[in-house]
Design a protein around this ligand. Structure first.
Ligand SMILES: C[S@@+](CC[C@H](N)C(=O)[O-])C[C@H]1O[C@@H](n2cnc3c(N)ncnc32)[C@H](O)[C@@H]1O
Length: 268
């Protein structure tokens, strides 16, 4: 299961924004399209150009994609390399696109109460390991939004009664580089509300192959635990749920039957 050679690191996954970006780039168009369809379906008072905040924006792939659509995009991330990479790719959009360094659990924002959209996809929210910090992050997202603005959170839910090890693999290429990313999630430790995650990126560049391994914990959420969290931030009302297929026509119920959920929340 594990690659033969591994370089242990706690942050390699995000210290290498190019490889991260390659792994996730197939999602970018789908997520961008989904956001537009969801705003059309669930939004109120939206003009053609929105003000968007992406907490934990990573390499800025979505900031760029949404800036390209004419929106004002702001994003922050804890990882310096990701922020530097995002800043570079946003340069040509001038003052309407900004990235800076900050943390999910207590972030400052340039325009509180002014954002039309806040989004946080691909289980990023699960990096917040304590309930009080998750509540603080959610409150921050709510505070960022104008009344009627929409908050999107995508995360993998845990069914503690059926919780085997999970494995996913992505392969992507750009000229001169091939990246194969494999991610394992261990069964959740229910008491701690944590699951051990492991990613191995096998990178082939200039005829050489190396492996970078990243280990981290995610906070787990059953449906009940997620509902309990949402109840602590009533200023964000649940409007609808979708899943990681990003299909606006396919709504999901927030129940135990499906695990990759996208919450659509509206600022009251
Ligand atoms: C899965 S990536 C998602 C990035 C981006 N939102 C996207 O969809 O491509 C997770 C990101 O969260 C960042 N991150 C993890 N914990 C964080 C925290 N406490 N505060 C801010 N950023 C954090 C990592 O540095 C990484 O860039």
């Amino acid at each position: 299961m594990a690659p033969a050679v591994a370089l242990r690191s706690s942050t390699a996954w995000y210290d290498s924004p190019l490889y991260y970006d390659m792994v996730y780039e197939d999602y970018t168009k789908r997520e961008t399209r989904f956001l537009h369809a969801a705003v059309k379906k669930y939004g109120k008072g939206f003009t053609k150009k929105w003000k968007i905040l992406e907490p934990a924006c990573g390499s800025g792939r979505l900031l760029e994609s949404l800036a390209e659509c004419g929106h004002t995009v702001h994003g922050f991330d804890l990882n310096r390399n990701q922020v530097a990479y995002a800043k570079k790719r946003l340069k040509s959009y001038g003052s309407s696109a900004k990235a800076w360094r900050d943390s999910l659990q207590d972030f400052r924002m340039p325009a509180a109460g002014e954002y039309d959209v806040v989004h946080c996809f691909v289980s990023t929210f699960k990096y917040i390991l304590k309930e009080k910090d998750a509540v603080a992050a959610l409150r921050g997202m709510s505070k960022a939004l104008r009344s009627g603005g929409l908050c999107f959170i995508g995360l993998h839910l845990t069914d503690y009664s059926n919780n085997p090890e999970d494995y996913e693999k992505w392969v992507n290429r750009r000229p001169g580089v091939k990246v194969c990313s494999e991610t394992w999630s261990a069964p959740a430790r229910r008491k701690e509300r944590k699951e051990a995650m492991r990613t191995c990126m096998t990178i082939t560049e200039k005829g050489k192959t190396r492996v970078e391994e990243t280990l981290w914990d995610f906070r787990t959420y059953s449906v009940a635990e997620l509902k309990a969290l949402l109840a602590k931030v009533p200023s964000l009302g649940l409007v609808a749920c979708h899943d990681f297929h990003y299909d606006i026509k396919n709504k999901r119920r927030l129940n135990d039957a499906y695990s990759d959920i996208i919450l659509v929340l509206k600022k009251q």
